[in-house]
Design a protein around this ligand. Structure first.
Ligand code: NAD
Ligand code: TYD
Length: 360
């Protein structure tokens, strides 16, 4: 039985990764480490929480001593690191929290893995051919590459040029992960993914926020003129890519993950309004009336678009869903899980919370 640590497994993407691994790999003991901040919700995992190969541990990656004890207890084979502060708008109002979790927390985890895996006299050392027995998988974002103009794509060779405190903190963590590979020989892999959408997405991000507001006949805020472009990927396809890269990716390498699915925000919101009119039996065009153009985000990146040719050619991964189909599935999930949404928006899901997070 291999022990596999997944950090941030109670969050949006993390919960999909945990679910995939718990169900697909009965031979792995999946340990989900999560601090349960405002973004972490154990209700995301009710379908698998009783499985015998799943363990939840509440803890903070900013606590280095706790991490060393956890690694000593479980002797993890793999680490899949997703825990992060993830919302750009929050990073603009409170950057230091992003530095703490995304940078310091990541370095704490790297230290714990290094301490456990690269012990003098253990099987592994910096130049050992067995390096790939362990793996530290760092889940990152395309936002580290900065913003594109009207054309072009981010490749794995694109120079880092982060603009928001969020993307700057993720870029920094990526650099640290590579540094631990280059300096100490830590076996690592990094992926940089485009915007995800799907079920269990916290309703502060564009798609779930818009679905929730349309349901409740509240204004749908569109920043600036809605001209910014994002490349949307179904979250389950991201989880599948993580599975493929963890097991087959090359030690030390980076892989871009994207949907080849670019949408201007305003066009996406209009499509969502159409789907919602149909689902809520509203007349055509009714939900669109809720669109409300608001002040633009500071430093708002114009366009993100990922070239995931490397992942396709080397590891055979491709997105499985067309966007319209995925968006409709997502809307259906929110409409069928009103209780989840009510709990999240009312704060009732915060049953295991630290006070500091509830209050935000
Ligand atoms: P999320 O905000 O939904 O979840 C983050 C999780 O991390 C939460 O469960 C939270 O409780 C936990 N967490 C936060 N701080 C912690 C700490 N100090 N210690 C332990 N746990 C902590 O985020 P998400 O959207 O699921 O993103 C997951 C990862 O994927 C992040 O690293 C993010 O940068 C990356 N990513 C996200 C997207 C996207 O579109 N959402 C795209 C590409 C990459
Ligand atoms: P978001 O979901 O926050 O993801 P990210 O900033 O990481 O790309 O935002 C997606 C896009 O939607 C981004 O261009 C900002 C925009 N946006 C709005 O127009 N209105 C909103 O209420 C939100 C949350 C985002």
């Amino acid at each position: 039985m291999k022990n596999v640590l997944i950090t941030g497994g109670a969050g949006f993407i993390g919960s999909h990764v945990v679910r995939l691994f718990v169900n697909k790999y009965p031979e792995y003991n999946i340990v989900n480490l999560d601090a349960l901040t405002y973004a972490g919700n154990l209700d995301n995992l009710t379908d698998i929480e009783k499985k015998s190969n799943y363990t939840f541990v509440k803890g903070n990656i900013c606590d280095a001593n706790f991490l060393q004890e956890l690694f000593a207890k479980y002797d993890f084979t793999y680490v899949i690191h997703l825990a992060a502060e993830s919302h750009v708008d929050r990073s603009i109002s409170n950057p230091i929290e992003f530095v703490m979790t995304n940078v310091v927390g990541t370095v704490n985890l790297l230290n714990a893995a290094k301490h456990q895996w690269l012990k003098v006299g253990s099987q592994q050392s910096a130049d050992s051919s067995q390096q790939t027995a362990n793996r530290f998988y760092h889940v990152s974002t395309d936002e580290v590459y900065g913003a594109l103009g009207e054309t072009g794509f981010f490749t794995e060779e694109t120079k880092y040029d982060p603009h928001s405190p969020y993307s700057a903190s993720k870029a920094s963590s990526d650099h640290f992960v590579r540094a631990y590979h280059d300096t100490y020989g830590l076996p690592i892999v990094i992926s940089n993914c485009s915007n995800n959408y799907g079920s269990h997405h916290f309703p502060e991000k564009l798609i779930p926020l818009a679905i929730n507001n349309i349901c409740n006949n509240k204004p749908v805020p569109v920043y600036g003129k809605g001209e910014n472009v994002r490349d949307w990927l179904w979250v389950n396809d991201h989880a599948r890519a993580i599975d493929v890269i963890l097991h087959n990716g090359k030690n030390g390498d980076t892989y871009n993950i994207g949907g080849h699915n670019e949408w201007k925000n305003i066009d996406l919101i209009k499509l969502l309004c159409k789907i919602m009119d149909k689902k809520l039996n509203r007349s055509n065009g009714e939900s669109e009336k809720l669109i409300s153009f608001v002040k633009d985000r500071a430093g708002h990146d114009l366009r993100y678009a990922i070239d995931s040719t490397k992942l396709k050619n080397e590891l055979g991964w491709m997105p499985s869903l067309q966007f319209e189909e995925g968006l409709e599935k997502t809307v259906d999930w929110y409409l069928n899980n009103q209780q989840w949404l009510d709990n999240v928006t009312s704060g009732n899901y915060a049953k295991y919370y630290d006070e500091q997070y509830v209050k935000r």
